[in-house]
Design a protein around this ligand. Sequence first.
Ligand code: ZN
Length: 179
Amino acid sequence: MKKVNSKNIQIDIKRHSLAHVMALAVKELWPNVKFAIGPAIDNGFYYDFDFGNKKVVEDDLRKIEKKIKHLIKQDLKFEKTEINVSQAIEKEKKEGQLYKVDLLEKLKKEGEKKVNYYKLGRFEDLCRGPHIESAGKLNKDGFKLNKLAGAYWRGDEKNKMLTRIYGVAFETKQELKNI
Ligand SMILES: [Zn+2]
């Protein structure tokens, strides 16, 4: 079992922050993509995307990795804003982000009045955080996108199958090599 200590918390924050950087990279490459969720997991992170008709292949992972490294070098900042949940629903509807609308409607039903967004470059994501201060805190040689999988929205087979992109991420290049 994973030990809970501050070192693990730090790397989990970095892994989740990398999921945001990956989402931005994907948005820059395929602007019409729809975003679902992007948590940290053991050894890394993932993000679920709806690419529409595009079939994502291994080659695309290398393209996305390259873009992520570029974004890390730009050292973009994570900027937090808080907005009214109904306003957030309107905003996501306008942008056609139906999974975010779904998440927000659930939060609204649960009684949430305000929600947090984190902006990173041109991608603003609904998220509670926490994140690192800026993308430059990530090690551009400490991660790799290693797996593609199908994943149903909310894990329900009645829903659409999304594309899950998995990454592994560590503080150092050496740790990444050792897995
Ligand atoms: Zn986040």
